[in-house]
Design a protein around this ligand. Structure first.
Ligand code: FAD
Length: 415
């Protein structure tokens, strides 16, 4: 009998899973449905470039129907608000979808750690709309500031505070400075970019990108200093108000644009499920991605807590992409009534973009070799160009990167 497989989420985990599943599973064996609230896959590692005008939004959004229809999989654009494990159904506003095997790949959501004011007064960087919104705010701020005569008010308007010096915060800070130095400086002659503009980057940790190799942190901090980014480490935020960030040690920073890149937490859809969870809310999976030992529910990507050699795998696109082929093989095995096989994790390393021709790269497969400067930047660019799916997306990426480099960034504040 043909089995029904539902994949919840067309992010890194879901998309790469179906790409592999298609090669393993015959059409007669299963009807596969992908459900996502968006009809595109968002390539999050390049979202900050949308926010800083290096790329247009469509460069980082790959249509999920392109990934499903040609291989005979069904795509349903819908918000899933409930999963009924007992009756094996996924509930959306429009319909109930029944399954024999469910793959939960719904990712995570922004975590404000309960800090007052984050949601109201800070912009987060998680979805495509966030990137577009942030870009609009940045450009609006410069338009306003260009007409402010009072230097104190102008400086406050042009102070950008980024909370969270993980990869997102660091790449954003660096790219924001590049946007100013290589594009905005030329077109806003009334602004003194050395004196009027400040970028603060705050983190509670004692180094930037604390989740990466310490050598990458050193490369990043040197570069940020050269880019005149004011990095404040061991700084814990207690509250965010309108145009101000208060820290636990009693300091207050004032700035019109506050960006929250503080981390992620569990998707509420997963939080509502009666399945085994880790302390951070992720679904505990075994080495074959099954949740609670069940053959009918698998999870991977940010939603899954996969312990490898005593430590949980981090919530990264890289991890989701590496997990996907193994999870696909196991979905196919379970559909056929065969035993699933354990996943073996092989870390690839880390990349961090640090603006124009600068980056840091740690290549795990070359004995942890660490590169900086132009070689790392080349590795970074080639890697993302290859990872992005779709001829149109790749073409846009290549052309826009070249244009941004040689002709300046996209600074028309279009809706
Ligand atoms: C700005 C940013 C930059 C990042 N940069 C990097 C990087 O450089 N390198 C790296 O390795 N990782 C990076 N990450 C982390 C990476 O994006 C995640 O680890 C990765 O996306 C996880 O993949 P996933 O498939 O589990 O979840 P996602 O890619 O988030 O996909 C989840 C999908 O589920 C859908 N969905 C969620 N809830 C529902 C619902 N209730 N109903 C219907 N659909 C739903 C969403 O629309 C989404 O398409 C970054 C994250 C962000 C936010």
């Amino acid at each position: 009998m043909t089995k029904r497989v539902i994949i919840l989420g067309g992010g890194f985990a879901g998309l790469h899973l179906i790409r592999r599943l298609e090669r393993i599973l015959r059409k007669a064996e299963a009807d596969v449905t992908v459900v996502d609230r968006q009809n595109y896959h968002l390539f999050t590692p390049l979202l900050y470039q949308v926010a800083t005008g290096e790329l247009p939004p469509h460069a980082v959004a790959y249509p999920l129907r392109d990934a499903t229809a040609p291989i005979g999989y069904r795509f349903v654009q819908a918000e899933v608000d409930r999963i009924d494990l007992a009756s094996r159904a996924v509930h959306t506003v429009d319909a109930d979808l029944s399954y024999d095997h469910l793959v939960i790949a719904v990712g995570s959501v922004t975590n404000d750690y309960g800090i007052p004011g984050v949601r109201e007064h800070a912009v987060s960087v998680k979805w495509l709309a966030d990137g577009e919104d942030l870009k609009r705010r940045i450009l609006d701020t410069f338009e306003d500031a260009a007409t402010i005569a009072d230097p104190t008010r102008r400086r406050e308007a042009l102070t950008f505070i980024i909370v969270g010096a993980g990869p997102v915060g660091v790449e954003l800070a660096s790219s924001l400075r590049d946007l100013m130095d290589h594009t905005l400086r030329r077109i806003y002659p009334s602004i003194d970019f050395n004196r009027d503009v400040t970028i603060h980057l705050l983190d509670g940790a004692d180094r930037v990108i604390p989740q990466m190799n310490p050598r990458l942190s050193r490369i990043a901090i040197r570069r940020l200093e050269r880019q005149r980014v004011n990095v404040l480490l061991r700084t814990l935020v207690s509250e965010i108000g309108e145009g101000c960030v208060r820290t636990k040690d009693g300091a207050e920073l004032r700035g019109r644009t506050i960006i929250w890149s503080g981390g992620v937490k569990m998707n509420p859809l997963v939080a509502s499920l009666d399945l085994p969870k880790a302390k951070d809310g992720r679904l505990i999976v075994d080495a074959t991605f099954r949740v609670g030992g069940r053959d009918d529910v698998l999870a991977l990507g940010d939603a899954a807590y996969f312990e490898y050699q005593g430590r949980p795998l981090p919530q990264l696109a890289q991890v989701a992409v590496l997990e996907a082929p193994a999870a696909a093989r196991n979905v196919a095995a379970l559909v056929r009534g065969e035993p699933p096989k354990p996943f073996v994790y092989k870390r690839k390393g880390d990349l961090i973009a640090l603006g124009r021709t600068q980056a840091g790269a740690e290549l795990a497969r070359f004995g942890g070799l660490v590169l900086s400067g132009l070689p790392a930047w080349t590795v970074w660019r080639v890697n993302y160009l290859m990872q992005l799916l779709g001829v149109r997306n790749r073409g846009t990426l290549l052309v826009e990167w070249l244009l941004s480099y040689f002709a300046g960034r996209l600074v028309a504040n279009t809706p």
